[in-house]
Design a protein around this ligand. Sequence first.
Ligand code: ATP
Ligand code: MG
Length: 158
Amino acid sequence: EKVNFINFFHNIIDRFEMNKYEQDLSFVRRLPNKSYWVWIDKDKMTQVLDNVLSNAIKYSPEGGTITCKVEIKNKMLQVNVSDQGVGIPKEQVDRIFDRFYRVDKARSRKLGGTGLGLAIAREMIEAHDGRIWAESKEGKGTTIKITLPMMHQKRGDA
Ligand code: ATP
Ligand code: MG
C-alpha cells in the first residue's frame, strides 16, 4: 500500500520512545519535514523496523543515544538507525543477517532472542526491492542502513 514513510516511521519511534528500558536512552530523529511516499507492506515493514530498533536498544549502553535518520540517496529512500552500543567485530558484520547467527553467544543469550530478526528483515527488504546492511565499530556503535525505492513524487506532495 502507498505509505508516507516519514509519518509511518515517526509512529514507530513514538511507540519505542514511550517504553521504559533498563538503561536511560535518548532517541534523536533526523527526519525531513515532508512526505516521502513508498509502496510497502506496512505489517512487514513494521516488523523490520521493530527488530532493528529493539536490537539498537538491546545493545545500547546506559545513557546511549539512538539516532533515526531518513534521507534520499541515489533516488532511493535511505533509513539509518544508529546506536552507541558494543558494536560488531568487522569479520562478523555481514553474518548477522544469517539465520540464527548471533555475535558472542553468551552475551546474546543473556539478552534474549533467536538470531532470526535480521535474516527475516533482509528477506522482507529484498522483497521490497531494497537493501539492508550494517556498518559497525567495535566499542563505538552500529548503524543499520536500509534503502527502499521511492514512489514518483507528485508536485505539491511535499
Ligand atoms: P531476534 O531478533 O530473533 O529476537 P537477535 O536480536 O539476537 O534475536 P538478530 O536481530 O537477527 O537476532 O541479530 C543477530 C545478531 O546480530 C544479534 O544476536 C547480535 O549479536 C547482533 N546485532 C544485531 N544488532 C546489533 C546492534 N545494534 N549492536 C550490536 N550487535 C547487534
Ligand atoms: Mg533482533
